[in-house]
Write a protein that binds this ligand. Structure first.
Ligand SMILES: Cc1cc2nc3c(=O)[nH]c(=O)nc-3n(C[C@H](O)[C@H](O)[C@H](O)COP(=O)(O)OP(=O)(O)OC[C@H]3O[C@@H](n4cnc5c(N)ncnc54)[C@H](O)[C@@H]3O)c2cc1C
Length: 1019
């Protein structure tokens, strides 16, 4: 296969599990006698490890007792993740109180029988000292109870912080590379080889990346000096995460990040070569795999590295692509005449991969869904590596006795090393490590602030009940179960996927999930971009109104003819006459039409993406999300129509009567939608009204008529008759004419609060029947961030909330409230991360921020931000944006939340700081603003989450995530107060508001008496 041929690899990426597993099962199957040898070896490894296990010796004990299925296990995880980064006492105490001060724990302490282990484990946490069982049994319960009663006092805080450090020390080799090297150089340390890992979160800013690069360079120097004189194979090495070396290590940013990372990694590789030590690239999220291959390929091609065989790669067996990656690496090794060290791992991001695939609506998962399938893949790929001995230098990383025994039995005569993580698997390897089987320890180095993310991964791994290390120390798991042959297990279930993890499209019980686009699938993205970026059609001259692209006003996107009063009149006549048949057709029939519409919208994705980019300035990612939302609306309302409009429902009552209740349409709805979601909100309003049995006069925003036209064409193609859907283009006057017309039986509106108020007035003035008015308006949406939050996560969510979609979402973050203790750090990172955003042409897939909708919007933003004083930062508009209506994202610091009184509809972020003890005052000032659409909360403290959500009544609250992108039927969306009337869009009761209730009571005894009653006494 040519070196750049990734075909095989891409074919496997999200392939069905049985297809991928079949060859792996075959490759991992051993002849019966060899399989029996593996079992015997695994059994003796397990026995030895269990015999060496000392209860209470470390955190394993704690995790064995509590596991991650218990409150205490999760409490530990949460404390471990957050406590050490909280600078202020008040928040640290609140977190402690929140996590271990609750009633549950008191109950647990008093439970008696397992008290010794509980108490000893907690004592370990609290004091960093293991108590004897005797100590624990006699007095520790009282001690802990007393400590908990006095929770919040400095002594507890200090003790817990110390406990966390002890906990961390189990998994971290040293705070500095020198400390780690010294520990490696002890008598015990010298039994192992090492690969040092410099801990840290992924870089968010260029400055972070530079700091990590320097720390890697320094570490390589120190490791090199310590290695002097040792054979290269024995020498310690370094492991590197590419995400630490660039703030945008993402596939869509490849044009920018790959060259930068080739340079950065090249520098590190040259330094490693100089010092004759190895360097391994860690494997990260599946989305980044191809990037890492590009970078490895380029760096290995550097002639200055000739003769050095130290640049290696970790390959994850849980990925379906693993075997193709290995083939690719072997081909690369042969082509560049390098033997490439490969570390075969199972993989550390499994839960993240599953969630991402579900959230993004991918066709399938990139990883296996059964643990045994991952094990089998590891075994099969171990064989593959051994067979590629001419090009690959093998290293096998596992803490699993069966996996280890398998390699020991099948790698006889081959040169290889085993690898384990520091703090794990020591007892397993104790009797194995030696010259015949060298074992390398992956040894993290870093201070407490840097280790938290790593620590959480390790705790998850040690606490999960599928994990080998967890089962090993759990005496209730029998030996046979622990050394179970995964090949047999996979065969016994017929290679099928895990039924408890449905495919992303099957996530919902009554509808198909909308399909996403895998933005790391280069073939798919290339095809999409190619189709979208086709030439702009030459449009004939026309008297009609011109629609020009906000990204470049020179580009004519199309023309639109606005509705005249006569058009409106005749449309309303038609709809008024037509809606009853549609209503009578019933929910199920209407649902079928809407489901067809969903499929048609999905099929028209490319064309719609192009239109969304050209007419509305939507980036690729925003366009995809918008199309998915439109599809979800169709399917959600179809499912609700089936459920809620299924015909009359009979209510129990006195004999001789039949009482039925049913929902039906109201008549003709006016649906008035905005330009910021020209497809999804348009479709959402129209399909809700249609699903409930109404006809719809749809008036899209005057800026985005072409998308609406296309949407209507698709609805018609799906079977929505002309008699129940009319598209009336134009400005506010068309909307006004509709609202004022007595033939309109209800109004659904999304847009500004002021316009909503004027519609309400107009409805009140028009006389005649009172009709429902469903309004979704704006918001001054806040995000509250306390000092327990993870700054990296906060920054990612702030950028998505405030600057994503150029800030033109009603849900967008407008007011960021930072606890003053960590505000500087967050703001510093925010500015650096914002500077790494790409502003530009929405048709370019690398673009993060496109234009604002038109010159009027841009001018309004200029005026509003001029009133906010000096910006904390303002991004620079790049060249090439001059012909569009771009507005540079920017941030301002205000004195108080009350300083922001009006929604600024664009990429303008306002920031306030608050003191921890002034949270209530902050909540009061947010409440006083009067809006209630979205709210973000970043805190690890559940009681703070409750306190905020109980105080601020906000339509949609998002905790520890961003506050945009509500998913239909999952996060029904809409606000209260100045933000809207409800019901929420995409919710369980949305259609009720579009419907009328009808009750029919029949006196069944009227004609000739109560025959049914008389016939009821059948005995
Ligand atoms: C030296 C070393 C370096 C490492 N470097 C990396 C690295 O760069 N990148 C990386 O991602 N990982 C890396 N890991 C792997 C990771 O951190 C875990 O330690 C490893 O996956 C545990 O494997 P095991 O054989 O010890 O445990 P086992 O308990 O036998 O296996 C655990 C594996 O099964 C997977 N699993 C659990 N449930 C399921 C399920 N339902 N379906 C499918 N799979 C499931 C887990 O995700 C995990 O991968 C490294 C590990 C070591 C030892």
């Amino acid at each position: 296969m040519p070196h750049d041929d990734r075909t095989a690899l891409r074919r496997l990426h999200r392939a069905p599990e049985p297809t991928v597993q079949a060859p792996l099962v075959h490759a991992a199957s051993l002849p019966p006698n060899q399989a029996a040898t593996v079992q015997t070896r695994a059994r003796s490894l397990v026995r030895a490890a269990r015999a060496a296990y000392k209860p209470g010796a470390d955190v394993t004990d704690f995790l064995k007792e509590y596991g991650l299925g218990t409150t205490e296990g999760v409490a530990l995880l949460c404390l471990a993740e957050a406590l050490l980064r909280i600078p202020d006492a008040a928040t640290a105490d609140a977190l402690i109180e929140d996590r271990i001060g609750g009633g549950d724990w008191q109950h647990h302490v008093g439970r008696g029988e397992s008290l010794a282990v509980n108490a000893s484990a907690w004592a370990f946490m609290l004091t960093g000292r293991v108590l004897t069982v005797e100590e624990a049994q006699h007095g520790i319960a009282a001690t802990i109870a007393r400590m908990i009663r006095r929770m919040g006092e400095p002594v507890i805080r200090t003790a817990l912080r110390r406990g966390m450090r002890v906990l961390a020390r189990q998994f971290v080799m040293g705070r500095t590379i020198d400390e780690a090297l010294a520990r490696a150089n002890t008598t015990e340390g010298r039994r192992w080889r090492y690969s040092f890992d410099m801990l840290g979160e992924a870089a968010k800013t260029q400055a972070d990346a530079e700091r990590y690069r320097r720390s890697y360079i320094d570490a390589i120097g120190a490791i090199g000096r310590a290695a002097a004189g040792r054979a290269p194979a024995d020498a310690p090495q370094i492991s590197v995460k590419l995400s630490a070396l660039h703030p945008r290590y993402e596939d869509l940013q490849q044009a920018r990040c790959v060259p930068a990372l080739i340079t950065a990694l090249g520098t590190l590789a040259l330094a490693a070569k100089q010092h004759a030590i190895g360097l391994t690239i860690d494997a990260e999220e599946a989305d980044r795999l191809e990037l890492s291959l590009d970078i490895l390929d380029a760096v290995l091609g550097d002639a200055r590295l000739a003769g050095w065989e130290g640049l290696g790669l970790a390959v994850q067996a849980y990925q379906k692509r693993a075997s193709a990656v290995l083939d690719w690496v072997a081909a690369l090794g042969r082509r560049t005449a390098h033997r490439i060290p490969v570390r075969l791992v199972k993989g550390a991001y499994w839960d993240t991969e599953i969630k991402l695939a579900q959230v993004q609506g991918h066709a399938d998962y990139p990883v296996f869904t059964r643990k045994a399938a991952t094990d089998v893949s590891w075994l099969a790929n171990a064989q593959r590596i051994l067979a590629a001995g001419d090009a690959i230098d093998p290293a096998f990383a596992t803490h699993n006795a069966h996996s280890l025994a398998f390699v020991l039995a099948t790698a006889v005569g081959a040169k290889f090393e085993m690898q384990r993580l520091h703090g794990m698997g020591e007892a397993l390897y104790d009797g194995v490590v030696g010259p015949a089987c060298p074992v390398r320890v992956y040894a993290p180095v870093g201070t407490h602030e840097d280790l938290l993310a790593y620590l959480v991964r390790r705790l998850l791994e040690n606490g999960a009940n599928t994990s080998f290390v967890h089962r090993l120390v759990d005496a209730s798991v029998p030996e046979d179960a622990i050394i179970d042959d995964p090949v047999a297990r996979v065969r016994s279930v017929g290679l099928t996927p895990n039924p408890r993890i449905p495919l992303p499209r099957d996530l919902y019980p009554d509808r198909r999930n909308s399909a996403g686009v895998d933005l790391a699938d280069r073939d798919e993205v290339a095809a999409l971009v190619n189709d979208i970026a086709g030439p702009v059609p030459k449009l004939p001259l026309s008297d009609a109104r011109e629609i020009r692209s906000p990204a470049d006003r020179r580009i004519l996107v199309g023309h639109v003819t606005d509705a005249t009063p006569a058009d409106i009149d005749s449309a309303l006549d038609r709809l008024h006459a037509g809606w009853r048949d549609w209503d009578a057709a019933g929910g199920a029939n209407r649902a079928t039409v809407l489901e067809r519409a969903a499929d048609l919208i999905e099929a028209a994705r490319t064309e719609l993406l192009a239109l969304l980019a050209r007419e509305a300035g939507k980036t690729l990612a925003d366009g995809i999300a918008e199309i998915r939302e439109a599809v979800d609306f169709c399917r959600w309302y179809a499912a609700r129509a089936r459920e809620q409009f299924a015909g009359p429902r009979e209510f129990p009552g006195p004999t001789g009567e039949r009482n039925t209740w049913e929902l039906g349409g109201r008549g003709v709805f006016a649906a008035i939608s905005p330009w910021n979601f020209p497809l999804s909100i348009f479709i959402g309003q129209v399909t809700a009204a249609l699903a409930a049995g109404n006809a719809v006069a749809a008036k899209p925003a005057e800026q985005t008529p072409l998308i609406a036209e296309r949407a209507v064409a698709l609805l018609r193609q799906a079977g929505v008759p002309d008699t129940v859907l009319a598209l009336l283009q134009g400005d506010g006057n068309v909307g006004q004419a509709l609202v004022a017309d007595p033939r309109i039986a209800g109004v659904a509106f999304t847009g500004g609060t002021g316009t909503a108020q004027s519609i309400a007035r107009s409805l009140a003035q028009r006389g005649g029947p009172l009709v429902p008015f469903i309004a979704e308006t704006g918001g001054i949406n806040a995000m509250i961030v306390d000092s327990s939050a993870l700054p990296e996560q906060v920054v990612t969510d702030v950028l998505a909330g405030a600057f994503g979609a150029a800030g033109q979402r009603c849900s967008a973050l407008r007011l960021l409230c930072l606890q003053e203790d960590t505000a500087d750090r967050v703001l510093h990172m925010l500015q650096g991360a914002a500077e790494a955003l790409v502003i530009g042409d929405p048709l370019d897939p690398a673009t993060d921020v496109g234009p604002v909708i038109d010159a009027a919007a841009r001018d309004a933003l200029q005026r509003a931000s001029a009133g906010l004083g000096t910006a904390l930062f303002e991004l620079r508009l790049p060249p090439g944006t001059g012909h569009g209506t771009f507005f540079a994202p920017r941030a301002f610091v205000l004195d108080g939340a009350g300083d922001l009184q009006a929604e600024i509809f664009g990429p303008v972020l306002c920031i306030v700081r608050y003191a921890a003890d002034r949270l209530d005052a902050l909540l009061e000032s947010i409440e006083a603003i009067g809006y209630g659409l979205t709210l973000g909360i970043h805190t690890r403290i559940e009681s703070t989450q409750r306190r905020i959500t109980q105080r601020l009544r906000i339509g949609n609250t998002y905790i520890n995530r961003n506050q945009v992108g509500a998913v239909v039927g999952v996060q029904p969306f809409g606000g209260r107060g100045l933000s809207g009337t409800g019901p929420k869009a995409g919710g369980p009761i949305t259609l009720y508001r579009f419907a009328e209730e009808r009750v029919v009571s029949v006196n069944t005894a009227a004609a000739g008496g109560n025959a049914a009653l008389l016939a009821s006494d059948t005995e």
